[in-house]
Design a binder for this molecule. Structure first.
Ligand code: NAD
Ligand code: UDP
Length: 314
């Protein structure tokens, strides 16, 4: 089997590449490194089963030879990047998805879109099931990401319905773990870094908004299982262990044994107030349940970030 992984030098994409190689696949990674790093794929250097192409996926994609599966994971994913790179975020979700689908059609490949819980926007129902249509502000700072992913889902379904492409859409909820960037700006690397360095943990607003944090290992097991189905409707993947951001900050302080305090900053604009997946569909379809507790996943991530901080300090 031969796969193309767009965004394969990023956090989730690079772990997916590892998994595919472990399963005996050949992999072509396409990544322009806007938020990724070749460090994440350095373990495959010299392995002729893994090829890296540094390219923007919004440009025409040319891949020699057969391609069995395209995993379209390219896109900045941190809210900080939605403000730093608003147009690249829109372009990769829209034009990049179109190019990736075009490549899948030309090669007769199966296809998976990495979508997001952000398609639900600031949800008015909780937990969010796949049948909920969402509550998105198209012109707010998150609109560039949310709308691009909603467009990407629409485009993927159009290729499925009109061209008969064998597609899948996974809606990831907050996922974390090793290989997230120290300066990624998302809450998990922010809090862990701040706790290790003894700096205040920056909670935006009163910290009452909730998230459910999934460990990458569990999440990628679900991706692998979904890849092996022919289910084309969206599937939520995440964990139902929901916490407020304030509770999460306290947990990070407790597990790191840090003396850091909590500092409340201005609330983020359009910050979803609650986020928790309804995982019924994933549970039934994939016979899958996340098995890593937030405490366990955090411990492993903290070990990784400690090492990273030591390396960057020396
Ligand atoms: P990441 O930023 O670590 O990885 C994204 C990768 O895509 C990077 O390597 C980046 O360089 C690459 N990329 C971005 N634009 C590109 C372009 N135009 N051409 C080529 N490469 C490009 O982020 P991640 O957390 O690994 O997210 C991976 C995917 O999963 C994204 O599509 C994201 O929207 C989705 N997702 C992630 C989460 C999460 O919590 N991690 C949640 C929901 C959805
Ligand atoms: N957040 C925070 N402090 C930070 C970073 C994030 O309080 O330093 C909050 C953010 O406002 C949101 C939650 O943590 O409510 C998760 O933010 P993240 O950036 O990880 O991603 P999101 O789930 O908002 O896409």
């Amino acid at each position: 089997m031969r796969a193309v992984v767009t965004g394969g030098a990023g956090f989730l994409g690079s772990h997916l590449v590892d998994r595919l190689v472990k399963e005996g696949w050949e992999v072509v990674i396409i990544d322009n490194l806007i938020t990724g790093s070749t460090e994440n794929i350095a373990q495959h250097a010299g392995d002729n089963r893994v090829k890296f192409i540094k390219q923007d996926v919004t440009e025409f994609l040319f891949i020699e030879g057969p391609v069995d599966f395209i995993f379209h994971f390219a896109s900045p994913a941190s809210p900080v990047d939605f403000v730093r790179f608003p147009i690249p975020v829109l372009k990769v979700g829209a034009l990049g998805t179109h190019k990736a689908l075009g490549l899948a059609k030309a090669k007769g490949s199966k296809f998976m879109l990495a979508s997001t819980s952000e398609v639900y926007g600031d949800p008015l129902v909780s937990p969010q099931s796949e049948t909920y249509w969402g509550n998105v502000n198209p012109i707010g700072p998150r609109g560039v990401y949310d709308e691009a992913k909603r467009y990407a889902e629409a485009m993927t379904m159009a290729y499925h319905n009109f061209h008969g492409l064998d597609t899948r859409i996974v809606r990831f909820f907050n996922t974390y773990g090793p290989r997230m960037r120290l300066d990624d700006g998302r809450v998990v690397p922010n809090f862990i870094k701040q706790a290790i360095l003894g700096e205040p943990l920056t909670v935006y607003g009163d910290g009452s908004h909730t998230r459910s944090f999934g460990y990458y290992d569990d999440i990628l097991e679900a991706v692998w299982r979904l890849a092996n189905t022919q289910f084309f409707e969206p599937v939520n993947i995440g964990t139902t262990e929901e916490r407020t951001v304030l509770q999460f900050a306290k947990l990070v302080i407790q597990i790191t044994g840090s003396k850091s305090e909590i500092q409340h900053l201005d609330a983020a604009i359009d910050d979803p107030k609650q986020r928790k997946p309804d995982l019924t569909r994933a549970n039934r379809l994939l016979d899958w349940h996340p098995t890593t507790s937030t405490e366990e996943g955090l411990r492993k991530s903290i070990d990784y970030f400690r090492q990273k901080l030591n390396t960057s300090a020396s």
